[in-house]
Design a protein around this ligand. Structure first.
Ligand code: BG6
Length: 482
């Protein structure tokens, strides 16, 4: 019997994510010879197209979202030849039979659901009814995986009826980002940091994901979620878990995820009692971003709203390693620049022999966006004869990733995740217990906001959130790294 080949079923294949990210990622993998020759991609969505029409949609997506130099016509033609399309109303089980027929050999199957969460349940039932949930079938789910703990459990339960945990791949696209994985390399591939990576060596940690964009045509989704659920519940808590976790024994799905979930469960609850002291909510009003005037959130939405487009938090991981170390998190839309970074602020030297020279404690800056960079701020002697005492200056020890790895193409996060899905590698996917621990912590904050009537404070687009976000850290003598 021939070795069964993995086929990929792509749900939501005409949607924004598929056009912007998934098709370009699959094309990138194909061009580099990383997809099995026999892999076929069966695209599906509600709209009625035949396969030729879908290939035209895919070709247009590649033209829009893949740089010209990487679009070699022979590569494009080979990639398009892998695609076929089956229209499907996922709410009706009957249509799944046609999908199963199109999938052909289903002994090895990767399924990617990039659809509205309301379709997860019926889609899973449909897949199971058509024999698309057998032992060789893996299911990947794109966020949002619910909007609170209860709804995420409903989704997870529905998934579990057909796909066991070791065949379920929950996506957090931040885990596919190169610098996020580099955080693991930095922490566990170097002896330098680990002895200091604790409350004795680190004073605080900051995690910022700042965006300049506004609603981007996602009003319905975003209005129902807000910044806390859209960004903190998933991406930011995953970053926090990777910064704070104990060293896993191996780079394997169980070891890494076991350590992450311990951190998530050690997060000190923020609830009614401390929500006002530990969180700030904001909503952008009219302002200017990158020199361009932009509307306020409510204007973009077309009605008044109490959804936050900015959130800042002071979190604690209550365990031995991190006792007393604040983790400051902030994220928002319509901030002054697109910037994602993790700052690890080390403690000051216990005694300075340099008299009045101001010594700045070391700081590790892990930049995810717009550029990947890892920098360690150090004190060094400024050149000179120093008749009045040594002069020290803070200078960066930089690994500009773009230079250090100039020969390597930077990939879209989804390239890594899709390849891992196709090959069945789960380490960079989120396990059920992690998602649930994340929701539990987030739900308490939301309940606290509701109980205390904490509404978002306004900030003008193009600012770093409301002034209260600055006060949140300044109260502790800490400034955000802008
Ligand atoms: C998504 C959020 O998960 O992440 C979006 O739903 C956000 O609101 C996006 O814009 C940010 O991702 P990235 O990779 O551009 O930082």
């Amino acid at each position: 019997m021939s070795d069964p080949c993995t086929n990929l079923l792509l749900f939501g294949a005409t949607g924004d994510l598929a056009r912007r990210m998934l098709l370009p990622s699959l094309f990138g993998l194909d061009t580099d010879g990383l997809l099995p020759d026999c892999l076929r991609i069966i695209a599906t969505a509600r709209s009625v197209h035949d396969s030729d029409e879908y290939r035209a949609i895919a070709a247009a997506a590649l033209e829009e979202f893949v740089e010209k130099e990487r679009r070699n016509p022979a590569d494009v033609a080979r990639f398009l030849a892998r695609l076929s399309y089956v229209p499907l109303d996922a709410t009706k089980t009957a249509g799944f039979k046609a999908l199963a027929e199109a999938a052909g050999d289903t002994r090895k199957l990767a399924i990617f659901l990039s659809t509205a969460p309301s379709l997860f349940g019926p889609t899973i039932a449909g897949l199971a009814s058509a024999g698309l949930a057998g032992d060789g079938a893996r299911l990947a789910l794109e966020k949002p995986l619910g909007s609170d703990l209860a709804s995420s459990r409903v989704i997870n339960d529905a998934v579990a009826t057909a796909y066991p945990e070791d065949r379920t791949f929950r996506i957090d696209h931040y885990l596919g980002k190169e610098t996020v994985q580099n955080l693991l390399a930095l922490r566990f591939g170097n002896a330098l940091f680990e002895p200091l990576w604790n409350a004795a060596g680190i004073e605080h940690v900051q995690i910022t994901i700042a965006e300049t964009v506004g609603l981007e045509g996602r009003a319905d989704y975003y209005e129902g979620m807000g910044a806390l659920r859209d960004m903190v519940q998933n991406h930011m808590l995953q970053l926090l878990a990777l910064v704070a976790m104990e060293p896993p024994a191996q780079f394997d799905p169980t070891s890494v995820r076991d350590e992450k979930v311990k951190v998530l469960r050690s997060l000190r609850p923020i609830d009614r009692a401390n929500v006002e002291a530990c969180t700030v909510r904001g909503q952008y009003g009219a302002g200017a971003v990158s020199g361009q005037p932009v509307k306020g959130y409510a204007d973009e939405l077309g009605r008044a709203s109490t959804t936050e487009t900015f959130v800042a938090l002071k979190a604690h991981v209550d365990n031995w390693r991190w006792a007393g170390v604040p983790f400051y998190l902030r994220t928002g839309k319509r901030l002054p620049e697109r910037m994602s970074e993790i700052i690890v602020q080390f403690r000051a030297v216990p005694h300075s022999m340099f008299g009045d020279a101001a010594l700045k404690p070391n700081k590790l800056i892990i930049s995810l966006q717009p550029d990947e960079n890892i920098g360690l701020m150090m004190m060094a002697k400024a050149p000179g004869l120093d008749r009045d005492g040594l002069k020290l200056r803070e200078v960066p020890l930089d690994i500009g990733m773009a230079n250090a790895f100039a020969d390597v193409r930077r990939r879209i996060a989804y390239e890594r995740l899709l390849l891992d899905l196709i090959e069945g590698k789960q380490t960079l996917f989120v396990r059920r217990d992690e998602v649930e621990a994340q929701w539990q912590w987030i739900d308490a904050i939301r309940a606290g906001w509701a109980a205390t009537g904490m509404a978002p404070k306004p900030y003008a687009a193009g600012n770093w959130g409301p002034p209260a976000a600055i006060a949140l850290t300044e109260r502790d003598g800490v400034s955000w790294h802008d």
